[in-house]
Design a protein around this ligand. Structure first.
Ligand SMILES: [Zn+2]
Ligand SMILES: [Zn+2]
Length: 149
C-alpha cells in the first residue's frame, strides 16, 4: 500500500497515520468485531504498533476476546466509529478497521480469521484461506511456530 496510510472516524475528530506496511490484511469474524462494527465481520489492517500515530481524542472499551485475552477497542466518543484495537496477546500489532481508511478501496483481504464465529448468512470468499480461530502468527508480525518454519 502507498505510505503513509491515512484515515479516521466518520466525523473526523479522530485521525491516524500509518508509516509502515501492514503485516497483513484480514477479515475478522470474532463476536467482538461483529459488535464493534455492527456488521458480520471486521476488515482489518494488521499494523505494526510503532507505525501508527493517532491524533484526537478517543475512548476505549475493553472486553475478553474469543482468544481469552483482553481486547481493547478504540472508538470516537463523538460519532462512535471503531477505529483500531489492541490486545494483550500481541503487543507488536494493532488491527485498524479498514472502513476508516481514507481510501478503503485499497484494502485487500488475504484471509478470514475466527470463522468458527462467522455468521451463516455471510459469504466467505472460497479463494481465501480460512482460520477457525486466531490469525496465523505471520499476519500478526510474529514468528511462525517452529514446526512450520
Ligand atoms: Zn468521530
Ligand atoms: Zn475480531
Amino acid at each position: 500500500m502507498e505510505l503513509p496510510i491515512t484515515g479516521g472516524c466518520f466525523c473526523g475528530a479522530l485521525r491516524y497515520q500509518i508509516s509502515k506496511q501492514p503485516f497483513g490484511q484480514a477479515n475478522c469474524h470474532c463476536r467482538a468485531c461483529q459488535h464493534a462494527t455492527g456488521g458480520a465481520y471486521a476488515p482489518v489492517l494488521l499494523v505494526p504498533t510503532e507505525a501508527i500515530k493517532i491524533d484526537g481524542e478517543y475512548q476505549e472499551f475493553v472486553s475478553k476476546g474469543d482468544s481469552g485475552h483482553d481486547v481493547t477497542r478504540g472508538f470516537c466518543g463523538r460519532c462512535g466509529t471503531t477505529v483500531f484495537a489492541h490486545t494483550t496477546r500481541v503487543k507488536s500489532m494493532r488491527p485498524v478497521y479498514a472502513v476508516t481508511l481514507d481510501h478503503p478501496e485499497q484494502f485487500t483481504p488475504e484471509l478470514n480469521a475466527w470463522v468458527d464465529f462467522a455468521q451463516p448468512w455471510v459469504c466467505l470468499d472460497p479463494d481465501l484461506p480460512k482460520y477457525q480461530r486466531d490469525l496465523p502468527a505471520e499476519a500478526a508480525g510474529l514468528q511462525p511456530p517452529p514446526h512450520r518454519r
